[in-house]
Design a protein around this ligand. Structure first.
Ligand SMILES: Cc1ncc(COP(=O)(O)O)c(C=O)c1O
Length: 501
């Protein structure tokens, strides 16, 4: 008997779950573990109700509360609907929806999906403005070019760091003034430089002489920023291996720029993505100061300091303090200096969660029969779970971004309630493709799960979908959007509505 059949038999009860009235009671950050007991068993009550509107909790709510009218609805043509309520509600709603669709015989009914909570992006922006009021964020589009995220950040007044023609197009199509864009790729195709000139994007980085020749030919009016090499050894993704002019090379670069009559306006650096040592920023600011002085020697009066990306959610307070102190120390007189940054991960990582379905399992016979397997090494994974997103999809962050995503149990045996007493065993989690490299989690402690159960993954907003492929014919997981519950939710809607005009 399949898991779906088990669920059907257990869940003939009416669905009655109100996102709006429920959400404020949910804590903004829920602890995650397999034995978390927060949620009541709502899944089984959610299935197969004739009144269940599986696609939209908002719709369900509106049907039950016809008198309630929201005057801040946001609907953007061409984009998926924007829901209300806590992200966890939408994760559960998506699971129930999948079961509903599966029962109706829909192909790929159990597909994995993201839930994006835009209020999280909003709150990160507020936090940025509070802790780094002097530094203008230029969101690094490469990190997650999600259309709602871009719109929201545009509405909030952020600038954008673009790495390609395509990213510039995506941002300018939102109506963003090209002055709010920096083309922050030091090694660009000549045709991209030419098209950025046409688009009016003048600010761009360089770190080598050839780039200067290309820019002189195709965009002589560009406002150039020399990208310097800094210590990136305290980061997950070391960008200095590829980019950044060592300080010893800078005087010659600036002399060449001058010879070519190019305007160099400032300095940028990147301490590496996923920087876990805030002190990297103070060292980089010291080098930026030295570069400003070299600029003066070369006859330039720099007025832009770009402190790059590398900001982490968990260390943001400390990083902001270190950075502020370093800027105060090395740039005490800075009335004429504009300071910008290129944060990516900081803004989006925790805004996106992923729900993935267990589509297959390989387990020792005892486990398959629901018995305790006494002979196993508790450290060695004895059960292999296969889920429907993997390393070729959202979990490419394992390969490209050095992440180690950890699952939690989203639904178990038709329930969102996972008893604390449930025994755990070492397990491994795999993606859906035919490649053995497609391993999401080589070893993790999970209860005995079955095909049809769901795993959740948090912090899936940075460097995930943007680099996902459709290898083996698996679709990239879609996103369900919510403005969240509580703080920031109304502000997100207001910002998006105002931006729409
Ligand atoms: C030039 C540049 N700026 C900004 C970023 C964003 O970095 P992060 O997501 O670590 O903030 C990157 C990431 O690769 C980058 O290459």
């Amino acid at each position: 008997m399949s898991q779906l059949e088990i669920l059907t038999a257990h869940c003939p009860v009416d669905f009655d779950f109100d996102v709006v009235s429920c959400s404020p009671t949910l804590p903004s950050s829920l602890p995650r573990s397999h034995n978390e007991k927060y949620f009541a068993n709502t899944l089984v009550h959610g299935l197969f109700s004739p009144t269940h509107h599986s696609h939209s909790q908002d719709n369900a709510h509106a049907l039950k509360n016809p008198e309630r009218h929201y005057d801040d609805e946001v609907s953007i043509p061409g984009l998926p609907p924007l829901h209300r309520g806590h992200a966890d509600v939408h994760l559960r709603n998506g699971v129930m929806n999948a079961l509903h669709l599966g029962a109706a015989g829909e192909v790929d009914a159990e597909r994995a999906f993201f839930v994006a909570d835009l209020s999280s992006v909003y709150k990160q922006h507020q936090r940025w403005k509070k802790l780094l009021p002097e530094i203008e964020p230029f969101y690094a589009v490469k990190c997650n070019p999600d259309p709602y995220v871009l719109r929201l950040l545009a509405a909030l007044g952020a600038g954008f760091d673009c790495a390609s023609n395509g990213e510039i197009k995506q941002v300018t199509e939102l109506g963003i003034n090209p002055e709010r864009i920096i083309f922050a790729n030091p090694c660009k195709a000549t045709s991209f430089i030419r098209s950025s000139a046409k688009a009016g994007v003048d600010m761009m980085t360089f770190d080598n002489t050839d780039e200067l020749y290309k820019i002189a030919r195709t965009h002589p009016g560009a406002k150039l920023i020399v990208r310097i090499l800094t210590d990136d050894s305290k980061s997950l993704c070391r960008l200095g291996l590829k980019f950044g002019a060592p300080l010893v090379t800078v005087p010659a670069l600036l002399a060449k720029a001058r010879e070519l009559k190019l305007d160099v306006i400032g300095v940028s650096f990147h301490v590496g993505s996923g920087c876990y040592d805030p002190n990297a920023f103070s060292d980089a600011i010291m080098r930026a100061r030295a570069t400003f002085d070299m600029g003066r020697e070369a006859g330039y009066e720099f007025n832009l300091l770009d402190v790059g990306g590398g900001f982490e959610d968990g260390t943001f307070e400390r990083t902001a303090a270190v950075l502020t102190e370093a800027i105060n120390n090395y740039f005490p007189q800075r009335d004429h200096i504009r300071v910008i940054a290129e944060p990516g991960r900081y803004y989006v990582s925790k805004a996106f969660s992923l729900a993935a379905n267990i589509i297959a399992r390989r387990a020792p016979p005892a486990v398959e029969n629901g018995q305790q397997d006494l002979d196993v090494d508790p450290e060695q994974p004895s059960v292999m779970y296969y889920i429907n997103d993997g390393v070729y999809g959202a979990f490419n962050c394992i390969m490209f971004d050095h992440q180690s995503p950890q699952p939690y149990v989203l639904s178990l045996n038709g329930s969102f309630h996972v008893p604390a007493s449930v025994p755990l065993r070492a397990s491994s989690v795999w993606g859906p493709t035919c490649d053995s490299l497609d391993c999401v989690c080589p070893v993790t402690q999970l209860p005995a799960l079955q095909v049809g159960d769901w795993l959740g993954f948090e912090n899936m907003g940075a460097y995930t979908t943007c680099a996902a492929s459709q290898f083996n014919g698996f679709e990239i997981s879609k996103v369900v959007y919510t403005t969240g519950a509580g703080a920031g939710a109304a502000e997100v809607r207001e910002a998006l509505r105002a931006f729409q005009g």
